[in-house]
Write a protein that binds this ligand. Structure first.
Ligand code: ADP
Length: 360
């Protein structure tokens, strides 16, 4: 309109489109002057500046320091996990590819009847690769990855969680396609109504559900992944929004063998025979992927400990003199590294999976 024209009648953009004039951006967001913001905050804001020189509407009423926290701490530039790094879980990989990766890569095809759910729940015992899957999805779909642990929202960000959630979804919507991974989502969307449930945690939960609703209906390319090892704590509202629910179980015997081989080969320490691998796999029934990693780490210390026992000084130890990792090293390590998941926990997952899990 008329008010946007200068004295000479030339168009004056509401904010400079060069991107260099951060002052305008920041004052627009927070109504603050430049001096209150440090350089890194300014840089974060600059990056989010649209090509038209406008700050996206979603970010205008957010506090710059929260936007900065999201950009620097929650957003991961390169999660660097590929499908091939994840042992087993073939079924989950196949489902996820169809349900979320294809839609993120081809939004034009996946609309109407094919429009995907925007919420995915990964549940199962701890240390089974749920976070890895989240990162791999972002990598395969060329999406920006955001990682937040829900318990940090309630503990570290007391009273501010709500604002941080808004900043998180705001920045994600400026960085599409985006994958938002919420670890321990049960602590945010739990059905437990303890008497002492604070007003603030109720508001946090409401805000979170509102944000999810917001991108669920629209054309936004945002996927929310919740991970939990306590799926039974989720309430009905949470289940409704996390439409796909995949069980991520303990690794099979083959997957455990794969983890051992993969980790040792990377370091050139792999010399075990097929039979020895089978023996180790039989001894590690019930170990999670993360337990297996710890086991391999401990076993790979075997050759080193032995050399030191023989009196060789650590400073004089030659790498080429160290022997490969043996079955005996694993047998010793098995005494140290015990499985972290108990059998009766597994029954709970199976039951919940039967009742609420997605089969395909
Ligand atoms: P979760 O999110 O399920 O608790 P993570 O994905 O964080 O578990 O896994 C923790 C670590 O355990 C990983 O960094 C990886 O080293 C190892 N790990 C777990 N599951 C697998 C798997 N299926 N394949 C390979 N490594 C795994």
């Amino acid at each position: 309109g008329f008010s946007r024209r200068g004295v000479r009648g030339s168009f004056v953009p509401p904010i400079k489109s060069s991107g260099g004039n951060v002052g305008n951006v920041t004052s627009r967001i927070a109504g603050k002057c430049d001096d209150s913001l440090d350089d890194s905050t300014k840089r974060c804001l600059e990056m989010l500046y649209g090509p038209d020189g406008e700050l996206p509407e979603k970010l205008r009423n957010l506090e710059p320091r929260l936007i900065e926290h999201v950009s620097n701490e929650i957003m991961e530039r390169d999660p660097n996990v590929r499908w091939d790094d994840i042992a087993g879980l073939e079924h989950a990989k196949k489902c996820v590819t169809e349900m979320v990766i294809w839609p993120l890569l081809r939004p034009d095809i996946f609309k109407g009847c094919r429009s995907p759910g925007r919420g995915l729940l990964l549940f199962g015992p701890p240390g089974t690769g749920k976070t890895m899957i989240g990162k791999a999805i972002a990598g395969e779909a060329k999406a920006t990855f955001f990682y937040i642990s829900a318990s940090s929202l309630t503990s570290k960000w007391i009273g501010e969680g709500e604002k941080l959630v808004r900043a998180l979804f705001g920045v994600a919507s400026c960085r599409q396609p985006a994958v938002i991974f919420v670890d321990e989502i049960d602590s945010l969307l739990s059905q437990r109504k303890s008497e002492g449930e604070h007003e603030s945690s109720r508001r946090l939960k409401t805000q979170f559900l509102i944000e999810m609703e917001g991108f669920d209906s629209g054309s936004e390319q945002i996927l929310l992944i919740g991970a939990t090892n306590r799926p039974q704590e989720l309430d009905e509202a949470a289940r409704r929004r996390l439409t796909k629910r995949l069980y991520i179980p303990l690794p099979s015997s083959e997957a455990r063998a794969w983890i051992i081989r993969n980790l040792l080969e990377k370091d050139g320490l792999f010399k075990l025979s097929k039979e020895e691998i089978v023996t180790i796999c039989n001894l590690t029934e019930g170990y999670s992927g993360s337990d297996m990693k710890n086991l391999v780490k401990d076993a790979s210390m075997g050759p080193l400990r032995e050399a030191l026992r023989q009196g060789i000084e650590i400073t004089k130890l030659k790498k080429e003199d160290m022997r490969p990792v043996t079955l005996q090293d694993f047998e010793n390590a098995l005494q140290e590294v015990r499985p972290s998941v108990s059998l009766n926990e597994l029954g709970t997952y199976d039951e919940w999976n039967k009742q609420f899990g997605s089969l395909s």
